[in-house]
Design a protein around this ligand. Structure first.
Ligand code: ACO
Length: 325
């Protein structure tokens, strides 16, 4: 069975508060706080890009596992905001960390569900003989979406999280995972320009399409609650456990109201659900591994704890994993 051997996380230093946004756009701390629970988020420095954040979190995870980069046998990296279109960010992490010429690949475009999907993929790779897999979730979302569109800009932040996984025993065992996709909902949450259908060009630049994140917030909200709740219960059933066994749920951190609705659907007390969205906003595929690293560092997870990781994102994709500390 695959285990988690080390944890890592990183957010850039620059803090952007709701009042900072209110000074720039037609919005307010009150609106953002009431609708999302977000108070502040981090922005990558001008000289930082996706690779820099990924390397920071990865180095911590590798060291936390008591390993050297040479011990890593494979890298799976989830991001919707890669360092460049090609090659993938995972290849750049392989070189930047100083790993051997191991296989690496990105899971791109699966939105905020990417890390939990990557963890599922890594667990199955380990089950078929791969040893140590570095799994990363990283985003520099604030660089690729419009900072003039108040309906999306205020929701996001930048950051990275990582784990090193390997065959057991480790700090926590991945008991099982579930995931699903509904590609028929793609247009509800999409950044359509930049691909082959609608490449970056003078037209997409002139009409502002190149960085326009199109989002039906209410539909995303409803589906995020439904899919994360269902996936959490499905993975518990898959591993033969029940919601009353769970010590902590670490859900994707998009919006406090989404988290509250999942908490209520699962019938959990508030202190059984991890929340840091007020501090960092939505950091896409990095929310779950970053929160996991933060929770472990704060001593919130001890031996015996059953933890559910669950996420939902563009696609739509969703996933949940059951992790036994
Ligand atoms: N400041 C002030 N007003 C704003 C802002 C803002 N930053 N953004 C939008 N508005 C306005 C809109 O223009 C609109 O005004 P109108 O009624 O005059 O047209 C109004 O606020 C929208 O109000 P509601 O539709 O009632 O807003 P809602 O309560 O649905 O909240 C929100 C919007 C926060 C986007 C919510 O739908 C949501 O969180 N949805 C989930 C979206 C999400 O998390 N996306 C992240 C990516 S996907 C993921 O991670 C799961």
């Amino acid at each position: 069975m695959a285990s988690i051997l080390g944890f890592g996380g990183y957010v850039p230093e620059r803090i952007v508060t709701n009042d900072d946004w209110a000074a720039r756009l037609d919005t307010s701390d009150e609106w953002i706080t009431q609708r999302t629970g977000i108070k502040r988020r981090r922005f990558a420095a001008d000289d930082q890009a996706t690779l820099d954040l990924a390397l920071e979190a990865s180095r911590k995870a590798v060291a936390d596992a008591g390993m050297e980069p040479a011990d890593i046998d494979e890298i799976v990296l989830a991001t919707d905001t890669p360092e460049m279109l090609t090659p993938d960010t995972a290849a750049l992490v392989q070189h930047g960390l100083g790993c051997r010429n191991i296989p690496t690949y990105d899971l791109g475009g699966s939105g905020c569900a990417g890390f939990v999907q990557a963890l599922d993929v890594a667990a199955s790779r380990i089950a078929t003989g791969t040893r140590n897999v570095l799994v990363v979730g990283v985003e520099v979302i604030t660089r690729l979406i419009s900072l003039e569109d108040r309906s999306t800009a205020v929701l996001f932040g930048d950051g990275a999280g990582a784990v090193v996984m390997g065959p057991g025993p480790g700090r926590a065992s991945v008991l099982g995972a579930v995931s699903g996709t509904d590609g028929g909902s793609a247009e509800i949450l999409t950044l359509a320009a930049g691909g082959t259908r609608n490449p970056f060009n003078a037209t997409t630049l002139a009409n502002g399409e190149f960085n326009r994140l199109v989002m039906d917030g209410r539909k995303v909200f409803v589906e995020a609650v439904r899919r994360m709740s269902e996936a959490s219960l499905q993975v518990l059933e898959k591993v033969g456990r029940s919601i009353s066994d769970v010590a902590l749920v670490i859900p994707h951190q998009a919006n406090k109201r989404i988290i509250d609705a999942v908490t209520s659907k699962l019938g959990l007390a508030e202190d059984k659900v991890y929340v840091n969205v007020h501090e960092y906003g939505n950091i896409g595929s990095a929310t779950v591994p970053f929160a996991l690293w933060e929770a472990v560092g704060a001593g919130k997870l001890v031996a015996g704890d059953l933890v559910i990781l669950t996420a939902f994102g563009a696609g739509f994709h969703w996933a949940a994993a059951a992790v036994q500390f």
